[in-house]
Design a protein around this ligand. Sequence first.
Ligand code: PAF
Length: 281
Amino acid sequence: MKILKTVSEVREFVKDKKTNGKTIGLVPTMGYLHEGHASLIEKSASQNDITIVSIFVNPTQFGPTEDLDKYPRDLEHDTKVAEKAGADAIFHPTPSEMYPNGYSTYINVENLTAGLCGKSRPTHFRGVTTVVGKLFNITQADRAYFGQKDAQQLAVIKRMVYDLNFNIEIVPCPIVREESGLAKSSRNVYLSDEEKREALVLSRSLKEAERLFNDGERNADILKKRITDIIEGSPIANIDYVEIVDFETIQPISEIKGEALVALAVKFGNTRLIDNTILRG
Ligand code: PAF
């Protein structure tokens, strides 16, 4: 497996493959790979001739008081996980390779980024779409793989691809959970044992919402109230939001008819976790 560090190395790597009609799958990540990432890489490897995994802790998507410096990094571990899952190359650029001196261009998807995580992280999605747009251009990928765990990110990226006519297919992949129900996340490493235990209220509350929905409940306020009550059963949970929105537009809904995203963000200690489920009406 190749480790590519510069934009020109990636361009060189993909050039003859593109000319020979090979398909390229891209799995954008910030590294510290877990089974969730491995599932995206495996999916890409099964659908494309070549799979590139980008590993880049993207500074522009972190706010000034967020965890950019302490975000976990382990390239040696990531290399093993990526190779085992079927990657052909890792793209691991430096921040100055991605954002050279004088960098001035950003992609901003409006409306979908105003609510949910965009409320408490106002510059986050601008950083995500900018780096993802750059990665699409650099790798010339045919398909890109994103986990549904970051459901708002997925909706925002789909919108960007549609609006800016990127010639790429976005492939959403299901959330991978620990046996306990906790959604896999690189940030789980920050949790103490107690916080990890208490964080199970998240998947439990979503399961209960799914149960109520399957029993016929369509009222978003009733579902949100039930979720909130379960989460507040944990003495250390600090809710940022519990929302039910249209999965495409990320606008709040009161009655579930089409595809609804039930999304939540909750802090345990200093760690903010997100989780979600999709309800199909
Ligand atoms: O989901 C992530 O890990 C990041 O937001 C992404 C898509 C790799 C962009 O930096």
